[in-house]
Design a protein around this ligand. Sequence first.
Ligand code: ADP
Ligand code: MG
Length: 216
Amino acid sequence: MNRVSPQASEAASFQRQPYPLPGQTQASALAQPQPADKAAAGRDPVTAYIALGANLGDAAAALRWAVQALDDLPLSRVRLVSSLYKTAPLDTDSGVEVAAPGNDYLNAVAALETGLSAPALLDALQALELQAGRQRPYRNAPRTLDLDVLLYGSACIDSSRLTVPHPRMTQRAFVLVPLAEIAPGLVSAGQLEAVAHQAIGLFEDAVDADWTDARC
Ligand code: ADP
Ligand code: MG
């Protein structure tokens, strides 16, 4: 399977493959998870939800590339991808919402069925961020690609480098809205209401998206 770099030209980009993936509705994909085709015997695959964001360079190309790259990870298959959303940069670290520097973000959430352990998945996500040119000059700096683990099955993880569920996911419309799109059972109406004041707009509907050739 070819991987397409974010720097590649638009023309050389992606075979059109609307999500949900062939043979799946969003509801059935979540209700009846199938084993990842590439999963090896041993570890039971889990569904991890990955938040994708970018606001530096060609953010749409970076997110499309990232979906393909997630699908190319060992023992892993992308099962669902949300629409792309456009949001203003927001810093919620202190618990108070503050405007963050940089351009508007593009955000999405992907459901990844994976046989990778949670630490191995984080390693893989950080390697992809680096591949996409991610730099961390300061906290909440604009980024070419940010990949966060929102959920890893039903696991609760609190290690020095990985906290799951993601500790700030419920403060962020740019996470909750796309997550609710692909996994409505995981987000409550109250959680959505709590972030309803945060501006978020649809950038590209998943149905129209030219994501990747993830199934080839
Ligand atoms: P941001 O919080 O803006 O996403 P970074 O992407 O730079 O910032 O991540 C900072 C650190 O957060 C990473 O080095 C990583 O170890 C840690 N981290 C803790 N929990 C998670 C998680 N659930 N997903 C991704 N990174 C996490
Ligand atoms: Mg991150």
